[in-house]
Design a protein around this ligand. Sequence first.
Ligand code: HEC
Length: 126
Amino acid sequence: MTRSIVIAALLLVGCSGGGTGSSSSGTSGTSGSTCPRDLPQSCPSPEPSYATDVAPLIQAKCVQCHAPGGVASDRPLTTYAHVNALKQDVLDQVYNCLMPEPPQPALDETDRQTLLGWLVCGAPDN
Ligand code: HEC
């Protein structure tokens, strides 16, 4: 349910540029009452860089599980190609505060905005 809403939001922001209808999905979900559910409305300027902003963040917060030997090694996030292939799911998981999983603490607001902003930019290899 929320997944399709979020993906629709991504498509709206990503493709049409400057979406109008701010359909705030009012129902706060069950998981994590503190989840801010804040998706940047447009690609931030300057664009977050994969190489200098996003990759180190994922390295620090995700790859202990999402790499060979980790509990989610079937979904590696160790290269740009991996992340790009999973970008829709990454957006969904991070937007809804489902990832990172415990015991890794939730992303702080700066990291959230970096990662979600980069995804709204279309996940460039920059
Ligand atoms: C403590 C371990 C752990 C950490 C840290 C972690 N993950 Fe995961 N992740 C998992 C596990 C386990 C699954 C598989 C869950 C399942 O299949 O139900 C998963 C699944 C996923 C999926 C696929 C979800 C789906 O519906 O297919 C994505 C995308 C994802 N994680 C992204 C991330 C991102 C991005 C981060 C860092 C911000 C992260 N994860 C951090 C353990 C982790």
